[in-house]
Design a protein around this ligand. Structure first.
Ligand SMILES: [Zn+2]
Length: 47
């Protein structure tokens, strides 16, 4: 996985509804909130 550029993405699973979505890997690294496309809630992914 590339760490430079911000274009790399990863798949995360929503802790609320279980929907998988593709999010920017940089958001996970920076512990930023991501919007779930399933339940529209914000969550922070944990590795
Ligand atoms: Zn969700």
């Amino acid at each position: 996985m590339k760490l430079i550029g911000g274009a790399s993405t990863t798949t995360v699973t929503c802790p609320n509804c279980g929907v998988k979505s593709t999010q920017a890997a940089s958001k996970i690294r920076l512990k930023q909130a991501m919007l779930c496309p399933g339940c529209k809630s914000l969550f922070i992914a944990s590795r």
